[in-house]
Design a protein around this ligand. Structure first.
Ligand SMILES: NC(=O)C1=CN([C@@H]2O[C@H](COP(=O)(O)OP(=O)(O)OC[C@H]3O[C@@H](n4cnc5c(N)ncnc54)[C@H](O)[C@@H]3O)[C@@H](O)[C@H]2O)C=CC1
Ligand SMILES: O=C([O-])C1=[NH+]CCC1
Length: 100
């Protein structure tokens, strides 16, 4: 059994914090408490990549792939996680990052 508790304070940096609690589903014992930021960052970036692959990359012609530009809006926890996943799993012609 697993519970994720998240706080979201857009004016704080980072905006999201929280904890993941894992329990043994046979006896209810607490097994671990983990930082939710890292798990949320990796989960969300991986889900974004899979969705992009299904909705875009798979349909692109070679010319579109060769000219592809990745633009990251916001360079916080999610921005960095998305940059990691998207540059490791796809080849870009150019990468742009927009900070505040
Ligand atoms: N769909 C999902 O499962 C998830 C969605 N989120 C959402 O993703 C967003 C980002 O979350 P985090 O990266 O964890 O927050 P964060 O606080 O780590 O990063 C946000 C970044 O955006 C930048 N920023 C704010 N306004 C900007 C602007 N106008 N132009 C450029 N950069 C700007 C900030 O300077 C900061 O670096 C939030 O809206 C959060 O709710 C976060 C986690 C999971
Ligand atoms: O799924 C999630 O963990 C979150 N969605 C928006 C903020 C955190």
């Amino acid at each position: 059994m697993c519970v994720k508790t998240i706080t979201s304070f857009p004016e704080s940096s980072p905006a999201i914090d929280g904890a993941v609690s894992l329990f043994n589903s046979n006896n209810g014992r607490l097994l671990l408490i983990a930082d939710a930021k890292e798990i949320t960052a990796r989960r969300t970036a991986t889900a974004s990549f899979l969705a992009t692959q299904l909705l875009a990359f798979k349909k692109w012609k070679n010319e579109q792939k060769e000219n592809a530009i990745l633009t990251i809006l916001g360079c916080g926890v999610q921005g960095r996680a998305h940059l990691d996943v998207f540059t490791q799993l796809f080849k870009w012609n150019k990468v742009k990052k927009k900070k505040r």
